[in-house]
Design a protein around this ligand. Sequence first.
Ligand SMILES: Cc1cc2nc3c(=O)[nH]c(=O)nc-3n(C[C@H](O)[C@H](O)[C@H](O)COP(=O)(O)OP(=O)(O)OC[C@H]3O[C@@H](n4cnc5c(N)ncnc54)[C@H](O)[C@@H]3O)c2cc1C
Length: 498
Amino acid sequence: MNMPPTSRRQTLKQLVGMTALGAINALRLPRAMAAETAPPLSIAGFGGKVISRQDPDYELWRESMVWHLSKPTRAPDVIVQAKSDKDVIAAVNYAAAHKLKVAVRSGGHNSNGSALRDTGMLIDLSAMEEIKIDKVKQIASIQSGVRSLDLVNAARDKGLSFPVPHCPSVGLGGFTLGGGMGWNWSQRGGMATFSITGAEIVTADGRLVHATATENPDLYWAVRGVGPGFFGVVTRLHLQLYPLPKAILASSYIFPLADLETVTSTLEAIRKEHDVGRVEIITVLMHHPEVPADAPPEKSKICFFTAFAFEENEEKARQVLQPFAQSALATKCLVKMENQPFNFEGLYEHYFSLNDPAGRCARYAVDNVLTDQGGKTLQALAAHFRTAPTKDCHVLAAFNLQIKPATDACFSWVADCFVGCYAIWDDEQDDPRMFAWLGKTLPLMDPFAKGHYVNEIEGRGHPDRYRQCFSDANWQRLQQLRQKHDPKGVFHHYLGLS
Ligand SMILES: Cc1cc2nc3c(=O)[nH]c(=O)nc-3n(C[C@H](O)[C@H](O)[C@H](O)COP(=O)(O)OP(=O)(O)OC[C@H]3O[C@@H](n4cnc5c(N)ncnc54)[C@H](O)[C@@H]3O)c2cc1C
């Protein structure tokens, strides 16, 4: 761990195999093939690409709809790749007329592969990637296929930023609709969904409607947190942007897993004694990246703590990180890397791959709690984490979410911390034991839950988990709105629900 950042990055890239860019290119492959295959069925007014089951490239398209390698066997009758609002309207009208139930895909990163459903039509929005930025109003108007890195670049050019996902290829469509813990969450309302100021939505009856706090407010309420169970297609999002932080510094402290208690109790003390509410804090229980997979847990499992400061200038950033540098984190850790400067691209490149093997394209399952007891939840998971079947499995705690209660969003939980358990593996034969390992984390972490985050739950085989992502009142209102806006059931429900 005491290598300079560059060589550490190289080693990690070798370890993680497919880079984020590789993953993006893999996703883009079907787009490049678009001209080579003839559309097998014709949808009036549709100018995009149509791929039905008879198409020789159907399987390639089907699999590319899901980013990770746990490809569902679920298969829609037809996949349509839209290029415009008009295409989406034509596709929804066609689907409604032909009783094809509609699923939607933006970036394809959902861990359950929820965009892939059996039968019906999948509308792929990944070719709709326009970004317009109003610098004066500090609003980005983006089509739903835009990815994290694209918005970082476009906003930065205007001196602005958005709380984008921590990995460059994640789709902004699914990310923002479900919640969205983006970079700098502590200063950006915890979840990016609260920064949606408006949305363009194609409804089940084929109309394009605008939803804001004052226009179609019930649809506006629903898109802010609904996740992978919306009863419409969001073609465009209007997002509040924020001034670009001029200085980003990160301080990391690495401990053996056995010292987790030192980390959580020190963090608790720091937060009691100092005003560190604006700092993004991530604690990851992980396998040391440079220790062999079969090494015993006491030699391989670590706790990787990082505090990120996003500030106006470097002096202020150093100041807000000072309480961490003056604590037992700094004096008792195995390794420390303090006040490291970053820009957003650097955060992706360095911290995401180092801290979170979820950036690796592999087989993938995740579940989580939103809690006010992040330290206790980590403690409760630690012993089970020692039994993690692969070296990429990890537990990630995101502290200081700073979510405010909101009546204009269906996102339901005001919680300090997200704790996610990630099972990541390569071999399909390992599916049963990996799902079993993840399944055992639920009774350990659920007692601390206020609720769950809908974008990162294991819904395959556990449809009730979706229900648990919302308060009773919000869930009921979502069902009423579904009935009102999609009475004929044009759109798929959450995976496993009908
Ligand atoms: C590598 C990686 C990194 C991640 N990093 C973060 C992170 O930093 N913070 C965080 O909070 N989450 C993160 N996630 C989780 C992420 O928020 C979810 O996977 C999210 O669903 C991804 O959105 P997507 O558009 O790529 O997914 P998709 O699979 O395309 O969409 C998921 C579902 O959302 C619905 N949906 C998507 N777009 C639309 C639309 N335009 N209209 C209507 N419904 C729609 C559909 O039901 C769809 O099935 C990460 C995931 C991965 C794999």
